[in-house]
Design a protein around this ligand. Structure first.
Ligand code: HEM
Length: 267
């Protein structure tokens, strides 16, 4: 709140401790996995193994342990809570819309990761996830500092001013969306997707600093939804709508409670 940068802050001390904790744990994990693989012992087919075995197409160079650890930390810090929140809100919205749920589950029943076009075969799952991120953007605001004086939409912005860009506001704006507060995944079906203005829908931001993990996140979420929904019927427990709260990411004011029943039709 305007205190000089050198002033000690509780939050910073706590976050520094967490950063050191994560860095130590991840560095140790990378070293252990590398040793396991070099000893010829089988390694699980996960992200860590993928990063350790990745080779540059040109010269065959792999990533150093520090680079692998940095990538894992990015996934934990930037990619975990964001994707998890979006998945929670998606299951919440689907649990309240049986017709959409039925379409999504029909796609989930045919999900086969070995098909190269698996993602194209699940337009409703993708659309439900994208529409959820419109209504509940995991990162509801972003901030930028103006390098120099400017005018945006007739508004004078002084040099050094912090400008807040809010997906939450843009993505529910009445001038930009028809029936903005309604959950209507059809907006994001392939035949309608092109009508969505690139700058009216920015859950992953836009421009040169757009989220580097955007397409990974969408694919990961689609897989998670397909796997959960082909096995389980997801039903609401309470009719009380969870209230969204902005605490770094957009969370519900209390945990979203859903009942999962094993589906009779599951393969
Ligand atoms: C649904 C999931 C996700 C959402 C909604 C999301 C959202 C965002 C947003 C809005 C930004 C821009 C922030 C800003 O400029 O102030 C961003 C940046 C970033 N995201 Fe994501 N993200 C998600 C998943 C991921 C994943 C899985 C990764 C893992 C690689 C990731 C890595 C990053 C990184 C490294 C940046 C900084 C990019 C840069 O500044 O050049 N994100 N993300």
């Amino acid at each position: 709140m305007g205190a000089p940068d050198w002033a000690p802050r509780l939050g910073r001390i706590a976050s520094h401790r967490s950063a050191v904790f994560f860095e130590k744990r991840v560095t140790a994990l990378v070293a252990a996995r590398r040793a396991q693989m070099e000893a010829g012992r089988p390694a699980p087919p996960d992200l860590l193994t993928a990063l350790l075995t990745a080779r540059d197409e040109g010269g065959g160079r792999g990533l150093s342990d520090t680079e692998v650890a940095a990538n894992i930390l990015t996934f934990i810090l930037a990619g975990h809570e964001t994707t998890a929140r979006a998945l929670g809100w998606t299951l919440h919205l689907l649990s309240r819309q049986p017709e959409v749920m039925a379409r999504v589950q029909a796609e989930a029943d045919g999900f086969d990761i070995d098909q190269p076009d698996w993602a194209d075969r699940m337009p409703w799952i993708r659309a439900a996830f994208e529409e959820t991120m419109r209504l509940f953007p995991p990162a509801p605001t972003m901030a930028r500092k103006a390098l120099e004086a400017d005018v945006i939409g007739g508004q004078a912005i002084g040099a050094g001013t912090t400008v807040v860009i809010s997906p939450w506001v843009l993505q529910r704006h009445r001038l930009l969306w028809d029936d903005p507060d309604a959950f209507r995944p059809e907006r994001f079906l392939p035949e309608n997707r092109r009508a969505v203005d690139r700058y009216a829908y920015i859950p992953f931001s836009a421009g040169p600093r757009v989220c580097i993990g955007a397409s990974f996140a969408v694919q990961e979420a689609m897989i998670a939804l397909a796997v959960i929904l082909r096995e389980a019927q997801v039903e609401p427990i309470s009719r009380i709508e969870p209230r969204p709260v902005h605490q770094v990411t957009l969370r519900a004011h209390r945990p979203i409670a859903l009942r999962l029943r094993k589906r009779q039709t599951a393969a």
